[in-house]
Design a protein around this ligand. Sequence first.
Ligand code: FES
Length: 115
Amino acid sequence: MSWTTICSVEALRPESGVCALVDGVQVAVFMTYDGELHALSNFDPYSEAYVLSRGIVGTRKGEPTVASPLHKQVYSLVSGRCLDDETLSVPVYGVRVGNGGLVEVSLEQRVEVGV
Ligand code: FES
């Protein structure tokens, strides 16, 4: 398992995301209101644009979500499923706070969602 350091946890703001390049993959890292971290692909498959890190963090039925800033499709931060269009999903990656309060992402801990 390999982890890539992204930034310090203090650099993240609750309810917002940052984009990081991990081994050539654009990853959107989010902190929710309660301080939980989530990492998804930055690619919005609906708009076909790398924009999810700029999305609006929220919840739907208690599930943390991000809404694409372009066409507002809502994706689960937990499963990567699009909650507005069941044919769409985005990869979910491993994210943790490692030594020294640094946020780390692992592409290997990727969750594949069946659609
Ligand atoms: S996030 Fe790039 S256009 Fe809105």
